[in-house]
Design a protein around this ligand. Structure first.
Ligand SMILES: [Zn+2]
Ligand SMILES: [Zn+2]
Length: 467
C-alpha cells in the first residue's frame, strides 16, 4: 500500500469525524448512521469505560472516575491551554530546525523565517487575548440590562433564577460551573482557551480561529515550498522512472504515489509538518464555517444543542401520541412528526410564551411544541389528516403539495426569537457594546419617564394638599 493512500484515508476520516461531530445531533440525521456514529464517538465509549471501571474497581472506581471527569471537564483547568502552547512550540521548533534550514531556495525566500516567526507570535497572541477576554458575566448591575436585551423565550430559556449567582437569568444565558458565573449569550465553554465564549468575546474566539487557520495554511505552504525548493536543488525534477503500464519512462514528480514515498524517505519531518498543518487547517476551517453559519442564523452552539434535544423529545412525544390516538388523529400526528422538526421551534415559542408553563421545564415545553406543531399542521392541512392529503396529492400530483410543504418548512425553519437578521446577528457578535447600548438607552428613557411621572404625581399630591 502506498503512503499516499494513507494520506487520503487520514484526510477522509478527519473530514468524516468533523461532519459527524457537527451534524450528528441534527434532526435531519435522526436515526441514521450519522447520529449513531456521533453517539459512538461521544457517549458510547464513556459508558463502556464506566462499565469496565465498575467491574474492575467497583463503586470506589466509579467515584474516582466521576471526580476525574469533573476535574477535567467541569472545572477550570489549563490542561488544554498547555497542550495548545506545547503543540505550537514543538511545531515552531521543528519548523526552525527542518524547514527554515532549507531557505532560501527557488520556491521560498529567506524572509519567510521572519514572517513565519511573526505569524506564530500573532497566533499565540490571539490565543492569549481570547483566553483572558471577558465572556460577559452576569452581575447584579447588568442583570436588568441583559434581561431587556434577551428576555426569556419560555421554551429554550424559561424565566429562571440562578441560585448560585442569586440573579434572574436572562434568555440565551447559562451558568458555567467552570467559570463560576452566568454567561450572557452563552455559546460554549472552550477547553482550549479555558474560558467561556459569550456575548463579549465571541469576536475574540472568531479571531483566534481565523488567526490559527491562517497560521496552519502558512505553515503547510512553507513546509511544502521549502521541501520543493530543496528537491529542485538536488535535481529531483530531472529524475525519470520506468512506468510498467505505459512501458515508457516518466518524470517521477508526475506520479504522486511514488513521489510521496520517495520524499518521505528524505524529508519525513517536513511531510509530517505539512500534513499536520493541513489537517488542523481543515478542522479550524470547518469549525469557523460552522460558527459563522450559527451566527448568520442567530443561534449559539448551546441553543443548537438544546433545540436538537427538544426536537427529539417532541418527535418522541408526537410518535407516542399518534400510536395511542384514534385513527382520525393519527394522520395529523404523523404529519406533525414530519413537519414539527422544522416548524415547532417557531410556532411553539409563541405557545410557550402565551402560556405560563415556564416552571415545568423542558419535557413540558416539548409536549407544548408537539401540540403546537400538531395544531399548525392540522390548520394547514384543513384538519382532515392523511386522507385529505392523499386526495389532494392525487388531484394535484404529489410534487406540488410537497414543494409547498418544503416552502412552509423553510419559512418556519429560521423563525427564532433571537434572530435579528443576518446583519443584526453579526453586528451583535462583532460590536456587542453598540448592541447593548440601545437597551441601556431604552432602560434609561423608561426610568426617566417613570421618574418624571412620579415627580408629577408628587407635585399633584402637594397641589391637592395645598388646596
Ligand atoms: Zn449563575
Ligand atoms: Zn465557562
Amino acid at each position: 500500500m502506498y503512503f499516499v493512500n494513507l494520506v487520503y484515508l487520514y484526510f477522509g476520516l478527519t473530514a468524516l469525524l468533523v461532519f459527524v461531530l457537527l451534524f450528528g445531533d441534527s434532526p435531519a440525521f435522526q436515526r441514521t448512521p450519522v447520529s449513531y456514529v456521533k453517539w459512538l464517538v461521544t457517549e458510547a465509549w464513556l459508558l463502556a469505560l464506566e462499565r469496565v471501571v465498575e467491574t474492575m474497581f467497583g463503586e470506589r472506581g466509579l467515584r474516582m472516575l466521576d471526580s476525574a471527569t469533573e476535574c477535567c471537564c467541569e472545572s477550570s483547568n489549563p490542561m488544554l491551554q498547555i497542550a495548545y502552547l506545547s503543540i505550537v512550540s514543538v511545531g515552531y521548533g521543528l519548523t526552525w530546525q527542518f524547514v527554515f534550514k532549507l531557505l532560501p531556495n527557488a520556491y521560498a525566500a529567506e524572509y519567510h523565517i521572519y514572517t513565519g516567526t511573526a505569524a506564530v507570535c500573532g497566533a499565540v497572541g490571539l490565543f492569549l487575548w481570547a483566553s483572558m477576554s471577558d465572556p460577559g458575566r452576569l452581575t447584579p448591575e447588568s442583570a436588568a440590562l441583559y434581561l431587556a436585551a434577551y428576555p426569556p423565550d419560555g421554551l429554550l430559556f424559561p424565566p429562571k433564577h440562578c441560585s448560585t449567582c442569586d440573579l434572574m437569568r436572562p434568555g440565551r444565558s447559562k451558568h458555567c460551573n467552570a467559570c463560576g458565573s452566568c454567561i450572557i449569550r452563552f455559546d460554549h465553554h472552550c477547553g482550549w482557551l479555558n474560558n467561556c465564549i459569550g456575548l463579549n468575546n465571541s469576536r475574540h474566539f472568531l479571531a483566534f480561529l481565523f488567526g490559527n487557520l491562517l497560521l496552519c495554511c502558512y505553515a503547510c505552504w512553507a513546509a511544502a515550498a521549502a521541501t520543493a525548493g530543496s528537491l529542485q536543488q538536488r535535481g529531483f525534477f530531472d529524475v525519470y522512472v520506468y512506468d510498467p503500464v505505459l512501458k515508457d519512462r516518466v518524470a517521477l514528480y508526475t506520479r504522486p504515489a511514488w513521489f510521496l514515498e520517495w520524499v518521505l524517505v528524505y524529508y519525513p519531518i517536513q511531510v509530517a509538518l505539512a500534513m499536520f498543518s493541513a489537517v488542523t487547517a481543515l478542522l479550524l476551517l470547518a469549525f469557523l464555517l460552522y460558527q459563522s453559519y450559527l451566527i448568520s442564523v442567530g443561534r449559539t452552539t448551546y441553543e443548537t444543542l438544546k433545540r436538537n434535544q427538544l426536537l427529539k423529545e417532541a418527535a418522541a412525544a408526537a410518535a407516542a401520541g399518534s400510536e395511542e390516538g384514534p385513527p382520525a388523529a393519527q394522520g395529523a400526528g404523523a404529519q406533525a412528526s414530519e413537519q414539527q422538526q422544522e416548524q415547532q421551534h417557531g410556532s411553539s415559542v409563541a405557545a410557550g410564551r402565551s402560556s405560563s408553563r415556564s416552571s415545568k421545564g423542558v419535557p413540558a415545553a416539548a409536549a407544548a411544541a408537539a401540540a403546537a406543531a400538531a395544531d399548525f399542521s392540522s390548520q394547514h392541512n384543513g384538519g382532515a389528516g392523511s386522507a385529505a392529503v392523499g386526495w389532494r396529492n392525487q388531484l394535484c400530483g404529489w410534487r406540488r403539495p410537497q414543494q409547498q410543504q418544503q416552502q412552509q418548512q423553510q419559512q418556519q425553519q429560521h423563525v427564532n426569537y433571537y434572530d435579528r437578521g443576518f446583519r443584526g446577528n453579526w453586528a451583535e457578535v462583532l460590536w456587542p457594546e453598540a448592541f447593548v447600548e440601545q437597551y441601556r438607552q431604552q432602560l434609561a428613557a423608561a426610568a426617566a419617564g417613570a421618574n418624571h411621572s412620579t415627580n408629577h404625581d408628587v407635585q399633584q399630591e402637594q397641589h391637592t394638599k395645598h388646596e
